[in-house]
Design a protein around this ligand. Structure first.
Ligand SMILES: [Zn+2]
Length: 255
């Protein structure tokens, strides 16, 4: 049976995700920041929390771990590379490991750069990808800890995954990201359509998530640092993808 997913807003613009396996009754949170929003989602769904999968150490993704561990019999999984920055972890994992949630397999993948040990979770069978603050819809996270080389390499590796994957990211930044994407790819009709779709979704009070990985590969400038169109628009025809990625990230920081 497929995994049910409850999406909810946490804090101002964080996304919370509750995964549920009907047969076993198990439920998993992807990241655990805003306890109030998490408890409301659990109450609304009636699901019992059994697992927490953490993408990276930032407080808006980890702040509720301690209190949720007191309230529920919950197992916390986090990145080995983030070390002690993520407290109370029961299981530390690294890229390439396969982890099990109620019979559903998730691959741990490296998504470094926003933080040095940032990971994502990928379920191949159902085509689900949880990217935390590494990849957003039409954007990527700020490069707080890593280098452009590492961040570009990990993001570019996502392009090896199939197109028909649903991407669930850590924040509702889609509109600002669409505007930046258009600034470096102004004649892209599909991108213009996507921006309008995002505007419509937000105006209707809907989430712009999940996004589709195939669409991200085609439209997200941070997955296209080696695309001749992006390189030309950046005036960097002969630069390496890493340099183009670094320039894109810097431009977005100042956008
Ligand atoms: Zn973060």
């Amino acid at each position: 049976m497929s995994i049910k997913i409850e999406i909810f807003l946490a804090y101002k613009d964080n996304f919370g995700y509750l995964l549920h396996d009907e047969e076993s009754g198990a439920s998993a949170l992807i990241d655990a920041g805003d306890e109030k929003a998490i408890l409301a989602a659990l109450k609304r769904t009636g699901w019992e929390l059994t697992d927490i999968f953490i993408t990276h150490h930032h407080l808006d993704h980890t702040d509720a771990i301690a209190s949720l561990k007191k309230k529920f019999n919950v197992k916390v999984t986090s990145s080995l590379a983030e070390g002690d920055k993520i407290p109370l972890s029961d299981r530390k994992v690294s890229a390439g490991e396969k982890i099990n949630f109620a019979g559903h397999e998730f691959y741990v993948i490296n998504l470094r750069g926003h933080t040095n040990g940032h990971i994502g979770y990928y379920n191949e069978k159902e085509g689900l990808l949880f990217t935390g603050d590494a990849l957003f819809s039409l954007g990527c996270g700020r490069m707080f800890e890593g280098t452009a080389e590492i961040m570009w390499r990990d993001l570019a590796a996502l392009r090896e995954l199939p197109d028909n994957i649903l991407v669930y990211c850590g924040h509702e930044y889609s509109l600002a990201n669409a505007q930046f994407a258009l600034s470096v790819d102004p004649h892209n009709e599909k991108l213009k359509k996507r921006e309008q779709q995002i505007r419509n979704q937000l105006a209707a009070g809907k989430f712009t998530i999940p996004t589709n990985l195939g669409e991200e590969k085609a439209l997200n400038p941070f997955l296209r640092a080696d695309d001749p169109i992006i390189k030309a628009n950046m005036g960097m025809e002969n630069a390496s993808p890493t340099k183009v990625f670094a320039a894109l990230r810097k431009a977005k920081d100042n956008f």
